[in-house]
Design a protein around this ligand. Structure first.
Ligand code: SAM
Length: 211
């Protein structure tokens, strides 16, 4: 019976074009940003929660380039920058997130950063419109995004996942509510080097490049 209601709810949502909570024009930011007086979309969007399990990577960020795919307002990207990353790039579907991230980074001294609007489900367009993107990054993050995009289009989500893995030189970190097709990443020359159950923020898996 419960499954029946879940199915009906999904059908109604898809009929009205529900996008899993994210659309290009949503004016609400994701993160709670006390310094800008922004409350965040829902509980759990504070940085402490969102950074659970990230110490493994933050401790290795010095001197590295970082791409955060689905970066929201760039607060996690900023932590990497503050831990010594030399170049931090971020992509997000929502314009408001991208402009807020740019505003936040203006306050960082000498920041080598770029934030751009992109729909990861349209990977070719993402690459052609974001001309500042580098061919590869030392660290690539896909945190709490795969679950959203795979619900909309599994093939396109897996293409984005594979493309992001291919442009990773050292560490590819994926956090997801949905099961991650690990083999898709492992076969691109990675081993799993770290797992963190992060109870409040879903499991984090870090893939390290072996070849
Ligand atoms: C749950 S938030 C996660 C934010 C951040 N990565 C974190 O871990 O705290 C999901 C983010 O993915 C973005 N997003 C959702 N669908 C996307 C898509 N198709 N392309 C790019 N970004 C997307 C949303 O706008 C949102 O900022």
């Amino acid at each position: 019976m419960k499954h029946f209601f879940v199915l009906i709810k999904r059908k109604i949502r898809s009929f009205f074009g529900y996008t899993g909570g994210y659309s290009k024009d949503n004016k609400q930011t994701y993160f709670e940003i006390p310094e800008l007086g922004i409350r965040g979309r829902r509980p759990g969007t504070d940085l402490v929660t969102r950074l659970q399990g990230m110490d493994f990577l933050l401790g290795r960020a010095k001197g590295y380039s970082v791409l955060d795919a689905g970066c929201a307002e760039g607060l996690i990207a900023r932590e990497f920058y503050r831990h010594g990353a030399v170049c931090v790039h971020g992509l997000d579907l929502q314009d408001v997130s991208v402009t807020t991230a740019q505003k936040l980074f203006l306050q960082e001294p000498n920041g080598a950063y770029y934030f751009g609007q992109a729909d990861l489900l349209k990977w070719d367009e993402t690459v052609t419109t974001n001309t500042h993107l580098l061919p590869s990054y030392d660290i690539v993050l896909l945190l709490s995004v795969y679950g959203h995009i795979v619900r909309k289009d599994r093939n396109a989500a897996d293409s984005a996942l594979a493309a992001l893995a291919s442009m990773t030189r050292r560490f590819f970190a994926v956090r997801s509510t949905a099961v991650i097709p690990e083999n898709l990443i492992l076969e691109k020359g990675f081993d799993i080097v770290y797992r963190d159950p992060a109870p409040d923020a879903n499991e984090l898996i870090v893939f390290g490049r072996t070849h």
